[in-house]
Design a protein around this ligand. Sequence first.
Ligand code: GTP
Ligand code: MG
Length: 381
Amino acid sequence: PQGATLSDLAEKINVSAANLVTVLFHLGEMATATQSLDAATFEILGEEIGWNIKIVSAEEEDRALLQQFDIDLDAEADEENLESRPPVVTVMGHVDHGKTRLLDTIRQTNVIKSEAGGITQRIGAYQIHVTLNDIDRRITFLDTPGHEAFTAMRARGAELTDVAILVVAADDGVMPQTVEAINHAQAANVPIVVAVNKIDVDGANPEKVRGQLTEFGLVPEEYGGDTMFVDISAKQGTNIDKLLEAVLLTADATLDLRADPTMSARGATVEARLDKGRGAVATVLVQQGTLRVGDSIVAGKAYGRVRALLDENGNNLDEATPSRPVAVLGLTSVPTAGDLFLVASDDRAARQIAEKREASERAAQLARRHKVVSLENLKEQ
Ligand code: GTP
Ligand code: MG
């Protein structure tokens, strides 16, 4: 892999990077500590200092670790087992433009009311059964925060999604986090449907929003572009059916919405927290396979046996199939949002994977803190 530097090596073998720069210099190679070097250079350097150096990325290292426990990250779904799955739709946009209100209207809930200051501070994940006109489908929705502080959550939301709904308030127009959301979606190669919201408000100007978004490559179909725009009022429930139709059309036209429910379950940790009564609670999105109560799972450095799976309404589920977001209870610690979760063969394997990840991270940290051993000392040891 590219990118390995003398600093990286110094960290691993616990010497100073400056020392390695000097050794390499004496071998006739000029390099800085942070410059990435090829495998051949590392080999020559390794011979000189008595180390057998093999370059693997952290990713490869983890892949190899998982292989020891019979988990194959590259396992592909069997074409024969592919079944259609609900689309994952992420609602994105500037703060207060009406993302949560839109989902409340679709779900007929009142999540806004429970939010501190009406500001979303976490990723909400819901699967709903939409029955509207001709539509009878399940859709998984992710609600993201619009506040500027939550860039990482927006990026994560964009990465997990099939289609993004970009909510823009018609009385406010394109704002900084509107632009940020577009960038995340485009970076993740996710098609965007624009919901021009708050058309019930005095001074709402949906046409202006269309004009503004054209500058970001979102050209409305009615202007000859290929982005669907739907004018809505989340508050009054106007055109919500049209919006959902546009989202499903976009999903069906551009994506292969299938997954293999028979595979070993895997997916993404959407968010995780420590609950006073229930311990670690991780909201995960199943992407392949079927997650079941009793499965031994590992997510980053967290592991445990699934004690319960809860849907968005707090109801117990026995299993979760692809595209289903569920709260997982039973982990012994809190994983990091974004961590991939995997099913291991048993509790012991899950624990060992987590512990090995923890150990290699700790080793790297320790080495960073004690960059004091010189090469001379090292050779003597
Ligand atoms: P963050 O999650 O903090 O980014 O905000 P948000 O985009 O989720 O906005 P939210 O849904 O919380 O709505 C913000 C305010 O706008 C609330 O008071 C909503 O009731 C109001 N609102 C949302 N949609 C509409 C609408 O269509 N019309 C009107 N008049 N008000 C709306
Ligand atoms: Mg919100």
